[in-house]
Design a protein around this ligand. Structure first.
Ligand SMILES: CC(C)(COP(=O)(O)OP(=O)(O)OC[C@H]1O[C@@H](n2cnc3c(N)ncnc32)[C@H](O)[C@@H]1OP(=O)(O)O)[C@@H](O)C(=O)NCCC(=O)NCCS
Length: 156
C-alpha cells in the first residue's frame, strides 16, 4: 500500500478510535490503555491537542500533546501494530513538533520507557536528547517497573 497518510486534529467524534489505538499499543506493554473518557478529559485540558492519522480511511495512529507557555510535552504516540515501520510515528511526531512550535513552545519534552528501545530510536532520530531518568516510573504487569528517560528537543 502506498504510504500516504492523512492527518487530522483529534475531535470529540474520534475519541473511540483514538482510545482503541492507544489501548492496543500500550496494554501489551503492561500500561493502562486510555478510555474515551480519559481522552475527553485530556482533550478538555487547556493547551492539550490530539492528532489522528489515517491511511486509505483506516486508522493508523494517534498522538496527544500539551503546550503550556514555552514548554510542550508529548503525552502519547501510538501506531496500530499492523502499520508500524512505515513512518507513521515520524509523521505524528512531526505534527506535534509543528504544533508546539506554532504555539510558541521553545522545548518539547517526553518520557520513554527504558524497556522501549524502538520508541527511543524514533526520538533519537528526531534529535531528542536524554536529560533525565525517573527510576521505576512505569509500572509493568508481571515484572519490575521500568525506568523512564526524560527526553528533550530544542524547538528554536
Ligand atoms: C514506537 C511506535 C510509536 C513507532 O511507530 P512506527 O510508526 O512504527 O514508527 P516509524 O515507522 O515512524 O519509525 C520511525 C523510526 O523510528 C525507529 N523505530 C521505530 N520503531 C522501531 C522499533 N520497533 N525498533 C527499532 N527502531 C524503531 C526507526 O529508526 C524508524 O525508522 P526506520 O523504520 O526507517 O528504521 C510504535 O511502535 C508504537 O505504537 N509502540 C507502542 C506505543 C509506544 O511505545 N509509544 C511510545 C511511548 S514513549
Amino acid at each position: 500500500m502506498e504510504d500516504v497518510f492523512t492527518l487530522v486534529r483529534l475531535r470529540a467524534l474520534d475519541l473511540d478510535r483514538a482510545a482503541r489505538l492507544h489501548r492496543q499499543s500500550f496494554e501489551p506493554m503492561g500500561e493502562r490503555g486510555w478510555t474515551r473518557q480519559d481522552l475527553a478529559g485530556l482533550l478538555s485540558s487547556p493547551g492539550n491537542a490530539g492528532f489522528l492519522l489515517t491511511q486509505a480511511g483506516v486508522d493508523v495512529g494517534m498522538a496527544l500533546c500539551r503546550v503550556v507557555g514555552d514548554e510542550a510535552e508529548l503525552l502519547a504516540v501510538a501506531v496500530d501494530p499492523g502499520h508500524r515501520r512505515r513512518g507513521a510515528a515520524r509523521r505524528l511526531l512531526d505534527a506535534v513538533i509543528g504544533h508546539a512550535r506554532a504555539g510558541g513552545a521553545l522545548t518539547l519534552f517526553l518520557e520513554v520507557g527504558a524497556d522501549n528501545p524502538g520508541a527511543r530510536t524514533l526520538y533519537d532520530s528526531r534529535g531528542f536528547g536524554v536529560v533525565g531518568k525517573r527510576a521505576g516510573y512505569y509500572p509493568r504487569v508481571g515484572r519490575a517497573a521500568a525506568d523512564a528517560f526524560v527526553m528533550r528537543l530544542n524547538l528554536t
